[in-house]
Design a binder for this molecule. Structure first.
Ligand SMILES: [Zn+2]
Length: 494
């Protein structure tokens, strides 16, 4: 039954008591409290007993599953296969790559006992899996015929965090990590870029989240990578959110883990590696980017419930209206739809509730619509009601879902553009930052000293280098005045 509230499809919260749609702080007035209220009220996540950890509730997990499916299909279409590696990684494995261990050391949780016995060697709860996966690759890769290796893993990750925010920064989170090996440096670079493109396609088309993308400066590279490509989204409060990264690992991990293969000339070679990942942090990005004073607003492609059918009941003809609503659910096969036939709540209460939950389209059916063989569609973005023929319900809902997604992307794009500025001097930079936080594009000579001066004086960090093909206009480093062709975006960040 479509209106069975125990239906496990969407995990959509069902409020038991009347009057549960409570006020949330205004997004424009208190962004941080607004964010937390939406996460808790929409039942996406909750605080766990262990400080710094989160519980992902069924509605939040349904959203993550939809995101997973969309990404997983893209990974498989590009030849990758899923595997699973253990959570526990021996300390010695982890220490083989010096830069790697140094980069992660402050965030690692260590397991020191098995039952009451102290372990001879500590085990790390994976903060990322390069160490264990490359150790296994060394056993599996023998010949050039074994390459490329294209593996992905969906798993949990542990990184000790002191200051935590639900979804954005927690000590345990969910992600996918891709790990690949290739015969040539060029192939590895192509893979890193292919994945970057795949991620951008997912972010823009499925999450309606446009990003700036390109290389990280050396200071922000993944620990152990040759090159790190990043995607950076802009949040409405002017802070950047790193949405995901794709790393060209060079031969570094292959050398320390002694991954060797015989090439066609029977000569021993080290393969070239990549790794890449996105996490449940993206859910935090979605909430911030699209939500409003009425609550969550989910992109149609990944929304656990894409359309909610709300009967308008007046105590007259109610049975016929409910029957028509059930017909609507049947007609909407292929759309993730929910019928809220609860007679204890008013229609107005339900409107607020499903707006809070970010359901992209509402379908209203009342006694008058029965007579007119019609239905009313209301998009979550406030762009106004549509009166449609009942016979066209499915095609009209499909069309509206696509329109809503398109408008979400366009408005996020407009915000990204409005929140991207450029500064020619350090003074310009400071003024712009004071006036309008966001991405600030500057010339930079490439020196660590100049980078640190900018970081220290502005509390921003270098986010992403502007690709040379987009901008190689010479200018002067805003910190030292040296002429340079390197252009980089700075921003405050989550
Ligand atoms: Zn400089």
């Amino acid at each position: 039954m479509a209106d069975d509230k125990n239906r496990p499809d969407a995990g959509v919260p069902v409020e038991k008591e009347p009057g549960m749609v409570k006020e949330i702080p205004k997004k424009s007035e208190n962004f941080s409290d607004w964010y937390t209220s939406v996460v808790l009220k929409a039942e996406l996540a909750d605080y766990a007993p262990v400080r710094g950890c989160m519980v992902i509730r069924p509605y939040g997990y349904a959203l993550w599953e939809n995101m997973q499916q969309r990404l997983d299909a893209r990974f498989k279409a590009t030849g990758h296969a899923n595997a699973y590696f253990p959570t526990l990684i021996p300390e010695s494995f982890f220490q083989r790559e010096a830069r790697h261990v140094a980069g992660f050391a402050p965030e690692v949780w260590w397991v020191t006992h098995r039952g009451s016995d102290k372990l001879e060697e500590r085990l790390a709860l994976r903060p990322t899996s390069e160490a264990v996966i490359n150790a296994m690759f060394a056993r599996w890769v023998k010949s050039y015929r074994d390459l490329p290796v294209l593996v992905n893993q969906w798993c949990n990750i542990f990184r000790a965090e002191k200051a935590t925010r639900l979804f954005l920064r927690t000590s345990e989170f969910l992600w996918q990590e891709g790990h690949t090996l290739h015969r040539t440096e060029q192939e590895a670079e192509e893979e890193a870029l292919k994945i970057l493109g795949l991620y951008i396609d997912f972010l823009e088309n499925d999450l309606c989240l446009p990003v700036l993308s390109g290389l990280k400066p050396d200071s922000e590279k993944f620990a152990g990578a040759e090159r790190t490509y990043t995607m950076e989204a802009m949040m409405p409060d002017g802070q950047a959110l790193q949405a995901g990264t794709s790393h060209n690992l060079g031969q570094g991990f292959a050398r320390v883990f002694e991954i060797k293969y015989l090439d066609e000339n029977n000569k021993e070679q080290h393969p070239w590696g990549t790794s890449w990942g996105v996490s449940t942090r993206l859910i935090g990005g979605l909430i911030m980017a699209h939500g409003d004073d009425r609550g969550l607003f989910l992109p149609p492609v990944v929304a656990p419930v894409q359309a909610v059918v709300v009967p308008i009941l007046f105590g007259k003809n109610d049975e016929a209206v409910l029957a028509r609503c059930r017909e609507a659910v049947t007609a909407l096969a292929g759309v993730r739809v929910r019928l809220d036939a609860d007679t204890k709540q008013t229609a107005g209460w339900k409107f607020n509730q499903y707006e809070m939950l970010g359901v992209p389209v509402r379908v209203e059916i009342g006694p008058k619509d029965l007579e007119k063989q019609a239905a009313v569609l209301v998009p979550r973005d406030g762009s106004g009601k549509r009166f449609v023929k009942f016979a066209d319900l499915k095609s009209e809902v499909d069309k509206l879902l696509a329109e809503v997604g398109q408008r979400m992307l366009e408005s996020a794009r407009a915000r990204l553009a409005a929140m991207s500025g450029a500064a020619a001097t350090f003074d310009d930079f400071r003024q712009l930052l004071g006036r309008q936080p966001g991405f600030i594009r500057v010339h930079w000579c490439g020196s660590r000293d100049c980078e640190n001066r900018i970081i220290d004086e502005t509390r921003t960090t270098p986010r992403v280098l502007v690709p040379a093909e987009q901008d190689r206009t010479p200018g002067r480093c805003i910190a030292c005045g040296k002429e340079t062709g390197t252009v980089i975006h700075y921003a405050r960040t989550y």
